[in-house]
Every structure is written in C-alpha cells, then in structure tokens.
Design a protein around this ligand. Structure first.
Ligand code: EPZ
Length: 420
C-alpha cells in the first residue's frame, strides 16, 4: 500500500488547479443511464471512484469513451443490457447505489447490492427505498440485494424527506425525471452537486422547477436525450486546499474555485483568520496573521459540510485558543482524532463534539488514514508539523483527491508518495 511522506514547516506558495467535483461526477455518470443517447461530461476528475463508476456502468452495458485528449471528457451512452449492480463493485463505492433510480426508470427493474456500512457510519438507504416505493416500485430485500421492479412506468408522487439526504435526493430526482406525472421532493438536499445534476437533467430534456431550493418539482417526460455538460469545480477540494494554505502559513491561488459554492465553509475559515479573496477565475487564500479557534457544526448545505470537518479540525489543532467541532451528519466521523493527537494535537471527543485546544506546533509521526477526508486532514497536519509525517493507507485518499502530492509539491511542500 502506498504511503505519503511529508516534511513539514514550509509555507505553501503558488497555484493549485481545482478539479471537477467528485460528488457531482458520480451521480452525473449514473444519469447517463436515463437515455440511450450519448451524454458527454467534461471536467471529469481523474479518481479511483470515477474508475469504479465507469466499470459499474460498463457492466450495465453502457459504452464509455474518452473524448478529445485532455483525459477529462467522457462520452457515455447505449442500451442497458444488465440490470444488476454486483456486490463486489457496490461494496467498494457506496455511490454505486445511484444506479437504482435510473435502472428502475429506464428498465423497470433493478437488482442492486446493499452498500453496507462504511468507516464513518452505518449509512442506511431507507429514504432511497421509501421514495422509490412511493413512485410505484415494489422492493424486496433478499440475499444482501435490493430487488426492485415496477409494472409499466414509475408514477409521480409527493415525497417529503424526514431529513436531508444527498443520495436519496439524487436517486429520486433521476427516477422522477422519467416518471409519469408530477413528483414533488420536499426537504430535498441543496448541495451544489444536486443543482449540477438537475441542470444536466434539464439539458437532457427533464422538466425540473425549484433548482437550488429544498423543494424540487419534477414533471416526468417520456424520454430524455443526450447532452453535453461541464462538471462544477469541487468545493471540498477547494476547502481542503484553502486549509492547506492556511495551516502552512502560505498563500495559494485556487484556480477555478467557486466562492459561491463554499457555503458556511467560507465564513468559518474567515472567522478563523484565513484571508480569502475572490478573483476572476478563482480564490486567493492566505494567512495574514494568526489562526484563532472557531467553532463549527456540520449541517446540510449551505451549512458547514461534514466533508470539511476533518480538514478544519487539523487547522484548529494549531490555532490560538479552543474550538468545538460538532459532527451532526455521521455517527463515526472522528477517526482522525487519535491520529492527530499522535502528532501532538490536543483534541477530546465528547459524543458528537470534539474540543480542540490549539497548540503552538505539531510534531511529525507515522499515522494511519482511515477514510477519504481524514487522509487529507493528516496531510494538512503534516504540512504544519516539525519533522517527518508518514501517512499510511493512502488508497483512501486516491478515491477523492487527484494528484495531491503533485499539487502540494508544486507549491513548495516537501511531500512525496512512497509506493508500497
Ligand atoms: C453524500 O453521501 C456524499 N457522497 C458524502 O461525501 C457526504 O458526506 C454526504 O453526502 C453528506 O453531505 C457522495 O455524494 C458520493 P446522505 P450520501 O444521504 O448521499 C443518513 C465524501 O467524503 N441517511 O446525505 O450517502 C446517512 O446515514 C463522501 O466525499 C439515512 O439514514 O449522504 C447520514 O447520516 C463521504 N438514510 C445522513 O443521512 C438514507 O436513506 C446524510 O447522508 C440516506 C441517508
């Protein structure tokens, strides 16, 4: 397993290009199954999860080809030849579950492996299933698989989510786009990735009102057609590298970053003392003075994103004063805490909250990556720490961050990957 070695203490300076959003690309790829025509997606990030989704769609029968030579544009399309999403793919990537809605809408049936839990929580999919049943699907669980089918077409319905779910909103938005009649999705997720999916579906001929709000109204159509769509920049990659600039005491231009997608991340980082200036094609991020302890509570968008919690905690570990970081979305998303404490951080977890007492400095150590965002938080700590930090199990990182060591090294970090 690869490891990443960092020798800390060097302020970052330079430019980092922000790639396409992983959490937009994955549902957009699933949306390609809603039409036989070709969907062309550009600004696709080069990530392990994208390769996994490509393999999944290919085994459903879609033809997926690279377009042009930038390696970031793909064309997807073709008839669905297999309606089963197998366990050995779904267990590797939960977002595989996003094929359920499109398969039901196009083929009237689907057999999708239950995703199972993951490190950060049980992550049930009950909202996906309840919503699809309201659209007329008959769903049976057996042998670890969801067996879903619908006689004829899905039928529009009024669905109220008891709490916000990004994936359930995406699955049901895709299914409703081909259902017969009107579907209302109330208490829908408002993450920018949902807006990006909805914009692409509209370009494919879907009829969706309320995009960007928590109430989506979908009038189903008989068929969707192909389209071309550029994926939005990754707001979590943006926030992660903003933390890298701040924790290293440097100054970095984040090219293509969209300030208006950052939600509470922008306000919270500014409160903590990070200087963020919007420029024509990105954000200039620097630390002008000290960092000060600032509280954060994760919430659905536009609140502070759970996917930024671990990275923010690393930043607060070296801030002046204390901060309280509360995780309200997932039940086990503090696995980076013991690893940060090995580097000299002073973090105490009390239930869903962690008290972070800032320390003057961290010291490098061998640490273990446990999940995607925790991996990045350990790299951030390594950038600030005195001495050498070795981050093990970086396969987690490769799922969601493209060329991390190259991007950071280009800004002066002493960082390298050790193939293992
Ligand atoms: C998406 O996961 C993201 N993944 C996650 O990013 C992100 O952390 C999460 O949204 C929250 O923003 C992708 O977009 C591929 P949810 P998702 O449904 O859709 C519970 C990353 O690091 N829930 O909004 O699975 C669930 O257990 C990843 O890039 C149910 O109980 O998240 C969680 O506690 C990690 N029943 C909460 O809701 C359901 O049917 C929010 O989950 C669905 C969800």
């Amino acid at each position: 397993m690869d490891r990443i070695r960092i020798r800390g203490g060097r302020p970052l300076s330079g430019e980092i290009v922000i790639g396409g959003a992983k959490n937009a690309a994955l549902p957009l790829m699933a949306a390609a199954m809603l039409t036989e025509d070709r969907l062309v997606l550009s600004n696709v990030p080069r990530l392990a999860d994208i390769q996994t989704m490509t393999a999944l769609l290919a085994q459903h029968g879609l033809a997926i080809e690279a377009v042009g030579n930038d390696g970031r544009t793909i064309s997807l399309g073709g008839p669905i030849r297999n309606t089963e999403a197998p366990y050995d793919i779904v267990r590797k990537m939960r977002a595989s579950f996003l094929v359920l809605g499109p398969l039901l809408a196009r083929a009237g049936e689907a057999r999708v492996s239950l995703p199972g839990g993951c490190g950060i929580g049980a992550r049930p999919i009950d909202l996906h299933l309840k919503g699809l049943e309201q659209l007329g699907a008959r769903i049976v669980l057996e042998g670890g698989y969801i067996d879903a089918r619908v006689d004829g077409r899905l039928r529009g319905a009024s669905i109220v989510f008891p709490f916000v779910s990004v994936g359930a909103t995406e699955n049901l938005l895709m299914a409703a786009s081909l259902a017969d009649g009107r579907t209302v999705l109330a208490n829908a997720a408002r993450e920018p990735e949902i807006g990006d999916l909805a914009a692409c579906l509209v370009a494919m001929g879907a009829r969706i009102e309320g995009i960007g709000s928590d109430k989506l109204v979908v009038d189903g159509v008989d068929a969707l057609h192909g389209a071309e769509h550029a994926i939005i920049p990754d707001r979590i990659e943006t926030g992660s590298y903003a933390c890298a600039a701040a924790i290293s005491g440097g100054s970095v231009f984040l090219r293509h970053a969209h300030q208006d997608h950052l939600g509470a991340t922008l306000r919270t980082l500014r409160e903590a003392g990070v200087d963020i200036q919007e420029q024509p094609d990105g954000l200039m991020v620097q630390r002008l003075n000290g960092l000060h302890g600032t509280d954060a509570m994760t919430e659905p968008y536009p609140g502070f994103p759970t996917d930024m919690q671990a990275q923010f905690m690393a930043l607060m570990a070296v801030a002046e004063g204390a901060s309280m970081v509360t995780e309200t979305i997932f039940e086990n998303r503090f696995m980076h805490v013991p690893e940060l404490n090995r580097m000299g951080a002073r973090i105490n977890v009390h239930g869903a909250s962690a008290i972070v007492r800032g320390v003057p400095g961290l010291s490098g150590a061998p640490v273990m990556a446990t999940d995607l965002r925790a991996s990045l938080s350990l790299i951030l700590a390594g950038l600030a720490a005195k001495g050498e930090t070795m981050v093990n199990r970086v396969y987690h990182l490769d799922r969601g961050y493209e060329a991390v060591e190259q991007k950071l090294a280009a800004c002066g970090a002493d960082i390298e990957r050790i193939a293992g």
